[in-house]
Ligand binder design. Structure first.
Ligand code: FHN
Length: 441
């Protein structure tokens, strides 16, 4: 084992992945839904008749939009068509097993009636809590809920990006108390939540107080044992984020995979990890006019499958409209993904890196801890023949295509190599083939 070279009090406290049941559950779910919902859904990327292509949830920070105008939007937030059961049903039909909801994004607006802030849903025309009904509906649909929480808070008078003098430091201390209170409040109000998803932790004021984020993580764990929290929360005492100054992961999983995926298993260093992905290039909150490339069902499926094949979770983002409904593109995408997942999701849930030599046709996924390995085929070669190279001393004992539950007869090529010949070389969606293998002596 590698030796740590730097003595750290607030570095990683654990070497290797968590092995407890709560973490095992998170790891087995593999496919999640992200929801960015808040006041930014009202301007929806437009201000004063002009459309901006920046991320819609950042509109308050753009020079064109006066802060005062943004900070009045809560007076219009009234999602009259919000139907949490429908949201949960859509997520379930898509195949998502967990959901992450923005309790509070950078703008500071809280979707729950926090007693520590006036800038909450309670002050809007809607008045009622949004998180509670949402969490209930998702839980009833069998979906775990995790809470997104931004440390950066553009609305709070004590938030500072950096602490430059004694007054800033005093404000910073008050802000820390506020964060702690809000987080404890969320856990107390919503005891079924499984984790926090922290964001907005890149400012100096946060990075330079590794002791606080370390204590906060332990405090939250003590309030709610088993809680899952990624690597975005903490910094070590030298300001290193995600990985401490010795290169060890802090938090329960690597949380740096935003709108990008690792290329190979070497890139994840044996750690648990999760990728979060937008449907267009970079829009999280609702934007009325998506510009540029919009991902298709098959593109999303490939990202999901690739993530699982590399031991990761994949989370797809949705940005509901201010009235509480989803745009048609998102509804169609969710339905399309769900259609494939209905038959093939078995290859995704509880999936893990298979340890087989990767082939150009797609990805292998092992059902964790078993001899079942799924081939998920995205590129059928012109020959129609898929090469399978088994590890040494492994025998192929069965081949079944999930669509139609069809048994296939592999052709032995030599050594541990086989061909699986596909009759149909043109398919509209990825083909999944289950391999049964047996380890020999
Ligand atoms: O700035 C945010 C962004 O709006 C969005 O919430 C994403 C989601 O991962 N996180 C931040 C950027 O890293």
């Amino acid at each position: 084992p590698r030796q740590d070279t730097i003595a750290l009090k607030h570095g990683a406290h654990r070497i290797g992945n968590r092995t407890d049941a709560d973490m095992a559950r998170w790891r087995s779910l593999r496919f999640g839904q992200f929801i960015h919902w808040g006041l930014y859904a009202i301007p929806a990327g437009e201000w004063n008749g002009k459309t901006y292509n920046g991320a819609a949830e950042w509109i308050r920070s753009w020079k064109e939009m006066p802060h005062e105008a943004y900070d009045q939007l809560y007076k219009q937030f009234n999602p009259v068509n919000f139907n949490p059961q429908q949201w949960a049903a859509q997520a379930k039909a898509m195949g998502a097993k967990y959901m992450i909801i923005t309790t509070k994004h950078h703008d500071g607006f809280c979707l729950w009636p926090s007693k520590y802030s006036k800038y909450t849903i309670a002050a809007s025309p809607w008045k009622k809590d949004l998180l509670g009904p949402m969490i209930d509906a998702y839980n009833k649909a069998g979906i775990d809920v995790h809470l997104y929480f931004s440390i950066i808070d553009w609305n709070h008078p004590d938030y500072r990006a950096s602490l430059k003098n004694a007054a800033d430091s005093a404000a910073g201390k008050r802000f820390q108390v506020f964060v702690k209170n809000q987080l404890a409040e969320l856990l107390q109000r919503y005891p079924t939540v499984k984790g926090f998803w922290f964001d907005g932790t890149w400012d100096d004021s946060w990075k330079n107080d590794g002791a606080f984020s370390d204590e906060l993580e332990q405090y939250l764990q003590s309030l709610h044992p088993g809680l899952v929290m990624g690597s975005r929360l903490r910094a070590d005492e030298k300001g290193a984020r995600h990985f401490d100054s010795n290169g060890r992961l802090m938090g329960d999983y690597e949380q740096g995979w935003e709108r990008k995926l690792p290329a190979t298993i070497a890139d994840v260093h044996g750690n648990d990890w999760e990728a979060v992905m937008t449907v267009p290039e970079n829009q999280w909150g609702y934007h009325a006019k998506w510009m540029g490339h919009v991902k298709t069902v098959n593109e999303i499926l490939e990202m999901l499958v690739k993530s699982v094949s590399l031991n990761g979770n994949f989370v797809l983002n949705f940005g509901p409209k201010a009235d509480g409904t989803y745009r048609t593109e998102e509804q169609q995408l969710a339905a399309g993904i769900g259609e494939w997942m209905k038959v093939n999701g078995v290859a995704v849930y509880d999936g893990a890196y298979a340890g087989f030599e990767k082939q150009d046709w797609g990805y292998y996924i092992r059902k964790a801890g078993t001899d079942s390995v799924y081939m998920v085929v995205f590129n059928i070669p012109v020959s129609g023949s898929l090469r399978v190279k088994l590890p040494a001393r492994t025998a192929l004992t069965g081949v079944t295509m999930l669509q139609g539950n069809t048994a296939l007869t592999p052709e032995w090529v030599g050594r541990n190599e086989y061909f699986i010949h596909l009759q149909n070389r043109q398919t509209a969606s990825p083909v999944v083939i289950l391999l049964k293998t047996e380890k020999g002596e």
